[in-house]
Design a binder for this molecule. Structure first.
Ligand code: CP
Ligand code: NVA
Length: 308
């Protein structure tokens, strides 16, 4: 595996293998201690947008295992502005051993991967958020077990980058996915087409509805995300008028399966897409989910560096 840019670039077996490795590395972290598998390696982290989880979890993943990470801020690099993406990729290839990039346009992370001689990890683009999807799948398998085919995963809210990766990882693992979005805020049609191809192979079911109540019936997982993603800030007021019926609150959660877990990639806008009582209630797994970014990403880096 050269890069980690999209969950759909890998087979179901490869995704499960990464999850198994994440479980192993997580056990090491809590029990025996980390092994210095990233010794001598530095990860360059290019950020064009803010981040808490992605930045810190990648940085700590490298440090825990004997490596290091460099934060490269938007103003420093000027990706595609101060210097072409191809030149940035080729220069950094001689300094660091891997790159992680959070970009606005998905094409930019593809361009970085095309020109770099070192592995590139997608730390979120306008199209997808595959590292999030891996941490989400790890969290779901921790709760429902590895043999959880036929599980019902429901996403409620804006059809965005996080939805794409959740849909793809769920289809890869044989989970049924129901997505409820308001009209005009559907998931990227290309992502749906890819999900349908995966679902055909794994026999998972994909359903797209408008009604969030219909979406959560029988759900084992309810997932939501911000109504306004980074880069869409000028639409905030308009979106705040459209999305309230899609709020994940106690009433909506009560309509799902009894053992439902509630997920959110964070940052959450509390009492908008997710109410405080649900975020901090017994169904919520939002913090273990955030913590799993660390373990899932260690597994991704270990495979890319070919050290596990
Ligand atoms: N979920 C996630 O990617 O969080 P950050 O934007 O804080 O990295
Ligand atoms: N959909 C959100 C996810 C943040 C982690 C965004 O792109 O801003």
């Amino acid at each position: 595996m050269k890069d980690f840019l999209a969950i759909s670039d890998y087979s179901s077996d490869e995704i499960q293998d990464l999850l198994d490795l994440a479980v192993k590395l997580k056990k090491q972290y809590f029990k025996k201690g980390n092994k210095p598998i990233f010794k001598g390696k530095v990860l360059g982290m290019i950020f064009q947008k803010p981040s808490l989880r992605t930045r810190i979890s990648f940085d700590m993943a490298m440090r825990h295992c004997g490596g290091d990470a460099l934060y490269l801020s938007p103003s420093e690099i000027g990706l595609g502005k101060r210097e072409s993406i191809a030149d940035v990729a080729r220069v950094l290839s001689g300094y660091v051993q891997g790159l992680m990039a959070r970009v606005f346009e998905h094409e930019h992370v593809l361009e970085l991967a095309k020109w770099s001689e070192i592995p590139v990890v997608n730390g979120l683009s306008d199209y997808n958020h595959p590292c999030q999807g891996m941490a989400d799948a790890l969290t779901i398998q921790e709760k429902f077990g590895k043999k959880s085919r036929g599980l019902n995963v429901s996403y409620v809210g804006d059809g965005n980058n996080v939805t794409t990766s959740l849909m793809h990882v769920s289809a890869q693992l044989g989970w049924n996915v129901t997505v409820a979005t308001p009209e005009g805020y559907d998931v990227n049609p290309k992502a749906i087409e890819i999900a349908q191809k995966i679902a055909k192979k794994t026999k998972s079911k994909l359903t797209f509805v408008r009604d969030p109540h219909e979406a959560v019936k029988g759900a084992h997982v309810i997932y939501t995300d911000t109504w306004t993603s980074m880069g869409q800030e000028e639409e905030t007021a308009k979106r705040e008028k459209i999305f309230p019926p899609y709020q994940v609150n106690a009433k909506l959660v009560s309509e799902a399966s009894k053992d439902v877990i509630v997920m959110h990639c964070l940052p959450a806008h509390r009492n908008q897409e997710l109410t405080d009582d649900v975020a901090d209630g017994k169904h919520s797994v939002i913090f273990p989910q955030a913590h799993n970014r660390l373990h899932a990403q260690k597994a991704i880096l270990a495979r890319l560096f070919d050290v596990a």
